[in-house]
Design a protein around this ligand. Structure first.
Ligand code: NAD
Ligand code: LMR
Length: 326
């Protein structure tokens, strides 16, 4: 058995937290030989509810759960954290766009970025789930000047998984037959689900579906899936969001299969002509706990326009929150 690692989770008493913690503690995220210490952050009024969640975690008698630290102090929650899942934030309601949450949620991520900077492991892996996830991740990263910016990522894996599942349904296949889709850009209605490099049972996806369905049905349905769930459930996605967070962290920590990639929101570095300064969804491969952008993919005019549109939105979000940067 390995030494335990410390996993900080914020918003631990919320609905995503409730779907997430038990899977981390059971080994779904970091593997069956990796004990974890859960460091759980909540706001003070939610500490009672968090206590109940901790009681249930203990009642599971998980072999891999090596400790639980519930707290309302970010400096305690992020102390020596090897992994940090920043979930705690308000979810949107019907009729809102995710960026409408910037004002309510943006202020959470500066102080948390600073606490991560001051207390976490120097190669902490941070995943921001709280919306608007990409720009909140940017705020956290800009408040952590002592850490490599690559420590900070945002979740577009839920969109990636939605895209795989909807393509599998259309082509009468299973989602495991779908390889190498890409979510470029923002976890928002401007995200670009790109099928130009995707295969289904080894065949190019765009040879199996027509462009009209791709452009006018598939892309908007993946972009709007979060809103469709809010409408149907009366609450924003929770179990699927938690599952995508597990997938994101597992890929990052344990690696991606040879020849396959996943989508991750990461600091742009000029790749694919997306200038530095935003957290942008890219195709990534992971190995030895590090991610790399997949390079050299051909980008046609159709894709270019959509990649630039989502980049433009991210830069507008950035301008709105620059006052929160350290
Ligand atoms: P929720 O309201 O059920 O839970 C949020 C929890 O965060 C609450 O328990 C609240 O007390 C806590 N919290 C608030 N401020 C905090 C702070 N400063 N520090 C620590 N905890 C804090 O919401 P939820 O459904 O779990 O969703 C959480 C966030 O995740 C929302 O912003 C939602 O929009 C977002 N989300 C993102 C994705 C994605 O794909 N990126 C998917 C689903 C939901
Ligand atoms: C989702 O995509 O389901 C989440 O980001 C919640 C939302 O507001 O859409």
């Amino acid at each position: 058995m390995k030494e335990p690692v410390r996993v900080a989770v914020t918003g631990a008493a919320g609905q995503i937290g409730y779907a997430l913690l038990f899977r981390i503690a059971s080994g779904d995220m970091l593997g069956p030989d990796q004990p974890v210490i859960l460091q759980l952050l909540e706001i003070t009024p939610a500490l009672g509810a968090l206590e109940g969640v901790c009681m249930e975690l203990n009642d599971c008698a998980f072999p891999l759960l090596a400790g639980i630290v519930p707290t309302d102090d970010p400096n305690v929650a992020f102390k020596d954290a090897d992994y940090a899942l920043l979930v705690g934030a308000m979810p949107r309601k019907a009729g809102m766009e995710r960026k409408d949450l910037l004002e309510a949620n943006g202020g959470i991520f500066g102080p948390q970025g600073k606490a991560i900077n001051d207390h976490a492991s120097r190669d902490v892996k941070v995943l921001v789930v709280g919306n608007p996830a990409n720009t909140n991740a940017l705020i956290a990263q800009m408040n952590a000047p002592d850490l490599d910016p690559k420590c900070f990522t945002a979740m577009v894996r839920l969109d990636h998984n939605r895209g795989m599942s909807q393509l599998a349904e259309k082509t009468g296949t299973h989602n495991t037959d779908v390889k190498n889709m890409i979510i470029w850009g923002n976890h928002s209605a401007t995200q670009y689900p790109d099928l130009h490099h995707t295969t289904v049972k080894g065949q190019p996806a765009l040879e199996l579906v027509d462009m009209d369905w791709y452009d006018n049905t598939y892309i908007p349905e993946v972009q709007q899936r979060g809103a469709a769930i809010i409408k149907a459930r009366g609450a924003s996605s929770a179990a699927s969001a938690a599952s995508a967070a597990i997938d994101h962290m597992r890929s990052w920590a344990l690696g991606t299969p040879e020849g396959e990639w996943v989508s991750m929101g990461i600091p742009s570095d000029g790749s694919y002509d997306i200038e530095p300064g935003v957290i942008y969804g890219y195709p990534c491969t992971c190995k030895d706990g590090k991610y790399e952008i997949v390079q050299g993919l051909e980008i046609n005019d159709f894709s270019r326009a959509k990649m630039d549109a989502t980049d433009k939105e991210l830069r507008e979000e950035r301008s709105a929150v620059e006052k929160l940067f350290a």
